[in-house]
Design a protein around this ligand. Structure first.
Ligand code: VG1
Ligand code: CO
Length: 544
């Protein structure tokens, strides 16, 4: 194999965020930009010569081009085999599974997840380690360090690889295998859930469903699993064809962006169950006829009922949630007497706990739930989990949610996002919040008395690594919380996320609108951070 060393100049902005490196496509198209980052990753890894790398993405604009570039750099750097999803496609959870199943050295996942796609939109790349999970911070820090001094990359002089035909081919010393992106993942799902029961519940009409793939990666997965394997009506999967620009939409599964599904689920004659996933298939939004399940509640409900699902029949070893996720799952863990861990935002922080067997289930408020079956959050898995629960309990979604609140109380929750705030303004907001950390405790604001204020710092219980500055928390005596943090996935300016929650034990007050129930805390959040005042905005860009 002929290998060329190409001189390059370093870019100074290749610091991976919450989930890999995300930039505008135009940034990735700069000469050497993608090449540098991929070479920086390989330069930071050790002992992969002759080993296997998994490669695939969510199919967004630039996916195919990037895959061809990466194949050549991986070949030149000495990988022995590349396993690539047909058409260059792999959902994030499927990629995680394939890394594990074929005991690959690692994988590169090309996605900017819920961010929009297209020539003027976003692209992203993320490295996953041998356990199938996102590279921990010690890796991503090393990639960034290397990217700042890199002066050349290696590439193999080979033809573009045919990504569309299944099978293996040998290119000099390199084996390239194109696999069906769905088959292995579908088999994994079948091993976790009661597919026979699901088939019966769907064919008898007890469960009717609608799944919105948002013109992103989960279309082929949902069609195979929900329609072909479980017998759902073909039109129950909408926006099923992956498009390079997601049809011009944000492939972000929330009520604002999955509006077609939302309208259907809140209309007369809605299906019993509705769900959506994101660009790369790791998120999920759960709805039932006339009800939306907040992701934090979804995690808690899954934890409380997991023993009803075949793969979790023995119960859970423990659970974990990201810090801004509501404390609903903590109540379940306390009731079942299992540990509950609080981690920083981002799936990479769950990997060690899952590997060590400390937790079985984990999740984030940002529409992400998952278990020890892979090392990523998993959208369709969550959908099947809920379907399986509905089928076993013979209860509609609304009843399952209300039963849960009756038993555990309700953690009323919302998140407000202020997107593309000018970076200096966002930094000033964070500075101002930091200054209040010492003065706030003990102060009263109506019924809310500040119990603590801090900046979340996480010490990984398995490897002892420390992650600082993970968001500012203000907790009140009555258990309510306001959390502020800046997003690590955006590509324009800074996005301020404000997370607000209040516990309501009284069942007669469970059916409140969250925005109304949280109005006072929302006001307090503005008083603390002054985002509206400083940006001149009147409302958040997205409320979930
Ligand atoms: C967001 C979410 C976080 C999630 C991350 C990746 O990060 O808040 O919970 O893990 O996206 O999800 P941030 O830093 O913007 O808040 V995905 O579906 O983009 O892989
Ligand atoms: Co995603």
């Amino acid at each position: 194999m002929q290998i060329e060393t190409i001189e390059t100049h370093a870019y100074n902005d290749q610091n991976p965020g919450t989930s890999g490196l995300r930039k505008k496509v135009k940034v990735f198209e700069q000469p050497g930009y993608l090449e540098n980052f991929v070479q920086a990753i390989f330069d930071s890894l050790e002992d992969f010569s002759g080993k296997t790398l998994v490669l695939g993405g969510d199919g967004r604009y630039f996916n195919r081009v990037a895959i061809q570039i990466i194949i050549k750099i991986a070949a030149a750097n000495g990988f022995g085999e590349l396993i690539i999803g047909q058409g260059g496609l792999l959902s994030t959870p499927a990629a995680s599974h394939i890394i594990r199943k074929y005991q690959a050295f690692g994988g590169l996942i090309l996605s900017a997840s819920h961010n929009p796609g297209g020539p003027n939109e976003d692209f992203g790349i993320k490295y996953n380690v041998g356990n199938g999970g996102p590279a921990p911070e010690k890796y991503t820090d090393a990639f960034f360090q290397r990217s700042q001094v890199i002066d050349s990359y290696k590439t193999a002089i080979i033809e573009d690889v045919d990504l569309d035909n299944l099978g293996s081919q040998q290119i000099d010393g390199l084996k390239v295998t194109i696999i069906d992106p769905v088959t292995d993942y579908a088999a994994l799902m079948q091993s976790i859930f009661d597919f026979n029961l699901l088939k019966q519940s769907i064919s008898s009409g007890y469960i009717t469903l609608m799944f919105d793939a948002m013109s992103a990666i989960t279309g082929p997965y949902a069609k195979r699993i929900l329609v072909d394997m479980l017998g759902a009506a073909p039109d129950s999967v909408i926006n099923a064809e992956p498009l390079e620009d997601f049809g011009g939409h944000h492939p972000d599964p929330n009520l604002a962006h999955a509006h077609e599904l939302a309208e259907r689920m809140f209309s007369a004659g809605a299906p019993t169950f509705g769900a959506a996933s994101d660009g790369d298939g790791d998120r999920n939004m759960i709805t039932g006829s006339n009800i939306f399940v907040t992701p934090s509640d979804s995690l808690a409900i899954m934890a409380a009922n997991a023993h009803l699902i075949p793969a979790y029949a023995k119960g859970l070893s423990g659970v974990a949630r990201s810090m801004p996720t509501s404390q609903a799952v903590d109540r379940v863990a306390a009731c079942y007497n299992i540990p509950c861990y609080e981690t920083p935002t981002g799936w990479k922080f769950f990997g060690n706990l899952l590997d060590a067997g400390k937790i079985t289930l984990c999740g984030e408020e940002s529409f992400g739930t998952g278990s020890d079956h892979v090392r990523e959050k998993d959208g369709l898995w969550a959908v099947l989990f809920w379907l399986n629960l509905i089928a076993v309990k013979r209860m509609p979604v609304a009843d399952i949610v209300h039963e849960h609140w009756q038993k555990f109380g309700r953690d009323i929750y919302c998140r407000h996002d202020y997107e593309a705030v000018e970076t200096p303004v966002a930094n000033a907001i964070v500075d101002c919040l930091r200054q209040q950390i010492t003065t706030l405790p003990g102060q009263s604001f109506g019924e809310y008395v500040v119990k603590y204020a801090d900046e979340f710092c996480y010490e990984d219980p398995i490897d002892g690594s420390i992650s600082k500055n993970q968001g500012i928390r203000i907790g009140f005596e009555n258990g309510s919380r306001i959390v502020f943090r800046l997003s690590g996935t955006g590509t324009v300016g800074a996005t301020l996320r404000i997370y607000i929650e209040r516990f309501e034990a009284d069942a007669t007050r469970h059916n409140q609108d969250a925005q109304v129930a949280l109005a006072e805390l929302i006001e307090l959040a503005e008083q603390f951070c002054e985002v509206k005042k400083r940006t001149g905005r009147v409302a958040p860009d997205v409320t979930t």
